[in-house]
Design a protein around this ligand. Structure first.
Ligand SMILES: Nc1ncnc2c1ncn2[C@@H]1O[C@H](COP(=O)(O)OP(=O)(O)OP(=O)(O)O)[C@@H](O)[C@H]1O
Length: 323
């Protein structure tokens, strides 16, 4: 089972320029969370800080009672084994075969024999659908396959927390759909805690249990998927619905004049689109953290946009249309 990651008051700057301040959120154990935000808002910096590759100026990252920024290098080395990271480009060694790339963490961090390593590598390659590509070099396979090879490598030490930095970057929509299904299936199979940084709105709307949005150096919102998808908070609404109208401008925050002109022109955000159902695991069994669709809305007295949950939602669950 995955572990909870508790982030409290995390602040990071480079050369006196703050990237973000006072980030506070909890990644629930075993759940999938997505982190969104305009380019350059420090999502990759956040992932690197979580795993201890960057040191925050202030704040804590608590995992199983240990505060990562306060650990010695040696303790950090141990805690890092809880993490698997899928970097943007898969971060494979170009001169090594896929097999050797996936075996690399086992050879570096464990004393397992080559036959034990073979069993683990084969299992992980099978999990990501790459059996048969073991002897290829990264340059000989497609971008989607490289992502899956990177994922197999992230899985070899059986991590409790898996961080994905833009797993869908550079993939076509069909490959993105396959990768999203793989992520949901792996979450169900491993029970690990997942955090995905993405710019893909469809991924953000259908894959996670929770969504967070970093904007203007702060965490604008973090919470259950239904909370953000039904939110009318301008930044959240603009971002999750990929709109130009709203506080986020081309390069940075719009200034008061631009916003006033927008208001005067009568430009309004279109109504919120329906909340889609969550992507289910492909074996038909529930997700580790599955909740009935619309439960959060009902519990919080929020009426979701019309047509949400494929039109099956009702304020009173006894009136809900059966699947
Ligand atoms: N090691 C570093 N030293 C100095 N500045 C850095 C360093 N790493 C990142 N930054 C700066 O921190 C800011 C946030 O970068 P980051 O890559 O985390 O953004 P991001 O939200 O992941 O962007 P994108 O969505 O475009 O991938 C940028 O201004 C970047 O230049």
């Amino acid at each position: 089972m995955g572990v909870e990651v508790v982030v409290r008051g995390l602040t990071k700057s480079f050369g006196g320029h703050p990237v973000w301040s006072d980030l506070t959120l909890t990644l629930p154990a075993g759940e999938i969370s997505v982190l969104l935000g305009p380019s350059g808002t420090g999502k990759s910096v956040f992932l690197k800080t979580l795993v201890g590759l960057l040191k925050p100026d202030r704040g804590s990252v608590l995992i199983e009672g240990r505060d990562l920024p306060r650990l010695s290098e040696r303790e950090l080395y141990e805690v890092r084994k809880l993490f698997g990271v899928l970097f943007q480009d898969g971060a494979l060694f170009g001169s090594m075969t896929i097999y050797d790339n996936v075996a690399f963490p086992l050879r570096e961090h464990t004393r397992r024999s080559e036959s034990e390593i073979r069993a683990v590598v084969t299992e992980k390659l099978e999990m990501v659908g790459l059996v048969g590509a073991e002897h290829k070099l990264p340059g000989e396979i497609s971008g989607g396959m490289r992502k899956r090879a990177g994922l197999a490598r992230a899985l070899v030490l059986d991590p409790q927390i898996i961080l994905f930095d833009e797993p869908d970057s550079g993939l076509d929509p069909v490959r993105t759909a396959y990768l999203n299904q793989l992520i949901v299936d792996l979450n169900q199979r491993t029970g690990a805690t997942f955090l995905i940084v993405t710019h893909d709105i469809n991924t953000a709307r259908t894959v996670p249990d929770n969504i967070g949005l970093i904007y203007h150096g702060h965490l604008a919102m973090f919470g259950p998927r239904e909370m953000l998808l039904s939110s009318t908070e301008p930044v959240v609404r603009q971002f999750l619905n990929a709109q130009r109208i709203g506080p986020i401008g081309m390069a940075e925050e719009k200034d008061a004049e631009e916003l006033a002109a927008e208001a005067q022109s009568g430009a309004e955000l279109p109504p919120l689109p329906p909340i889609p159902l969550q992507l289910p695991p492909s074996d038909g069994r529930p997700r580790a953290a599955e909740r009935p669709p619309g439960q959060w809305c009902r519990e919080h007295g929020v009426t979701p946009p019309p047509g949400s949950f494929e039109g099956r939602w009702a304020a009173d669950p006894s009136e809900e249309v059966a699947v």
